[in-house]
Design a protein around this ligand. Sequence first.
Ligand code: 0GY
Length: 320
Amino acid sequence: MGSADTVSFTPTPGWRDHDRRPSTPTVALPAGTVDAHCHVFGPGEAFPYAPERKYTPTDAGREELFALRDHLGIHRTVVVQATCHGADNSAMVDAVRAAGDRARGIATVRPDVTDAELAGLHEAGVRGVRFNFLSRLVEATPVRDLAVVAQKIAPLGWHAVIYFEASDLDELEGVLGALPVPLVIDHMGRPDVTRGVDGSAFSHFLRFVDRHDVWVKVSCPERLSVTGPPALDGERNAYRDVVPFARRVVEEFGDRVLWGTDWPHPNLTDHMPDDGLLVDHIPHIAPTARARQRLLVANPTRLYWPDDPPDTAVETEALP
Ligand code: 0GY
């Protein structure tokens, strides 16, 4: 325990710490690149972890996030509320406020959230809420909560970020498709990459994306990969088994894809990714300059900074 005023936290046994010395990417990111999926963890003494959390991380606060952003050549970030903070958005909001116009936030809210609370979050830079359906991360989310929250956030122009396992899609599709807000799906709906990009499960996911006009984060190769990270040939070409999946989404839905680091990479048990390598993964999933401009700049800017002049879109048109 800490002093009378603070509580210290011990990470979950076996917790892997994020890599504090990521390599420098060889790929230069386009100006205006947005990391559309990252988190802050605490620090716990300032922003205690939620009593109902399913894991306790090592602290990974805003200064470390900003340093990583600058090291990788990222311009702006979208800080997504992590489940270890429950519905107490203070750490996320603190990071978003501290970044000024260089961050937006995604919150977790309960169905009884008030309009005044939502307005406060909006003023701080929040532009969406996250719903998580992974039982290892949260207690079951009643689907009626989605509908209630979606009704409340729709007038603000917010969207819902949805995190589910591929096997949940059948059950969730009807509910998700009826929500009155845009949807953003985390980590490509977590495909089983051993089952093939043309397999029925991923085809179902692609049809879902098409039918409901949803946005997709082509993120987390390190979480989805079975072959893993090693760049044994020195080409910095890791997570090759995930490439066909992300590439297909980028090809088919180029104007609705987003990319993110997922720093500080919660709950990875077999390895911790080198964030520099994750940047060097991008040209493998978005091989043309035009695809990268949309993925990294034009799309996230349209979603999170819609008041920015659309000059990035013009540049995109001109790219090969
Ligand atoms: C991710 C993935 C995970 C964790 C969380 O909020 C979270 O705790 O999102 C995960 O464990 O798969 O997107 O960060």
